[in-house]
Design a protein around this ligand. Structure first.
Ligand SMILES: [Zn+2]
Length: 324
């Protein structure tokens, strides 16, 4: 078994735990460790090969968020609102900080590390992150910290001129990203989302550079044709130095929140198209997991990463060549 590092980021701190209360929310809170387990068992990756993130510091969070917003999370009522789980408002704040905010801070640390690894390795995957509804002064839709904008800011400290393309294929409009980056001429957003579900944030839609709202329940062919017809043009137009891919799996046919009709094979194909576009053009890419709320989500993500490793990155082949 290889001991070479692989730019996939994971820590056991990612899973969100809350004495089974999380079962009230349609959010598979153990999704992250299940994907990790799949990669260990099915892809022959060893524990030592993964990268572990550091927890995002207050300084990291303050790169984007206001201190007023961060202070508001000291009230359980406000956390309950963002998590859309009213019952959380009666739980002591220190418990919520440990069981919800702490994993989210690690997810943010993972996205920060992921951007750096993508530049070094050509690609990286954070097995969490993608909380694309978080704004400068508010959270919503289970998104507390704007991990991608925070990571972009950290990345720009050493690379101020980087051009960044965010491809947001979570089923929901990435309104947090659009709001945070509205005045940033170096960040471009390509967003395909169900236009008839949350958040329908019409005020920030104009900041989407490549805007593809779709109908309820569209199928694989309709969905993938958007990528076949428009992705290469967008990449050609922006010529990004890095792609950040928000790979939400809530477009899955059984996902109650996404309300689209994409099969497991369709999602695997989607991720392959994005990675192939990046790899063929030698553009570093970071993938983050974002939404995806069904019991099948972890398996879909595991299979998709396996497909990317075997068929796009050809990781195992490259690994063998390095050893010979
Ligand atoms: Zn979503």
């Amino acid at each position: 078994m290889s001991t070479n590092k692989i730019p996939i980021i994971y820590t056991q701190e990612y899973d969100i735990g809350l004495f089974n209360i999380e079962k009230l929310h349609p959010f598979d809170t153990a999704k992250y460790s299940k994907v990790y387990k799949y990669l260990l068992e099915e892809c022959g990756i060893s524990k030592e090969q993964f990268f572990m993130p550091q927890i995002a510091s207050d300084e990291d969070l303050l790169l984007i968020h206001t201190s007023q917003y961060l202070n508001s999370l000291k009230k359980s009522k406000n956390i309950a609102e963002i998590a859309e789980m009213g019952i959380l408002s009666i739980i002591p704040n220190f418990i919520l900080r440990k069981t919800i905010l702490r994993p989210m801070k690690y997810a943010t640390g993972g996205t920060i590390l992921g951007c750096k690894l993508a530049l070094k390795y050509g690609w990286a995957i954070n097995l969490s992150g993608g909380y694309h509804h978080a704004k400068v002064d508010s959270g919503s839709g289970f998104c507390f910290f704007a991990d991608i904008p925070i990571a972009v800011n950290r990345l720009k400290e050493n690379n101020p001129n980087l051009k960044i393309l965010i491809i947001d294929l979570d089923a929901h409009q990435g309104n947090g990203l659009e709001s945070v980056f509205k005045d940033d001429p170096k960040v471009y957003i390509f967003d395909v989302y169900n236009g008839f579900i949350y958040p329908q944030d019409h005020r920030v839609k104009k900041y989407i550079d490549f805007n593809y709202p779709v109908e309820m329940g569209i199928n694989d062919m309709q969905y993938l044709s958007i990528l076949y017809n428009h992705l290469a043009d967008a990449v050609e137009k922006v010529k990004p130095d890095i792609i950040i891919y928000n790979a939400g799996t809530d477009i899955y046919e059984k996902d109650p929140l996404g309300a689209l009709n994409i099969s497991m094979q369709g999602i695997i194909k989607r991720d392959e198209i994005i990675f192939r576009e990046a790899v063929d053009n030698e553009i570093p890419i970071l993938m983050v997991l974002s939404g995806g709320y069904t019991k099948q989500s972890a398996e879909i993500i595991g299979k998709s990463i396996e497909n990317i490793l075997n068929n796009v990155i050809e990781y195992n082949k490259r690994d063998k060549r390095q050893k010979n």
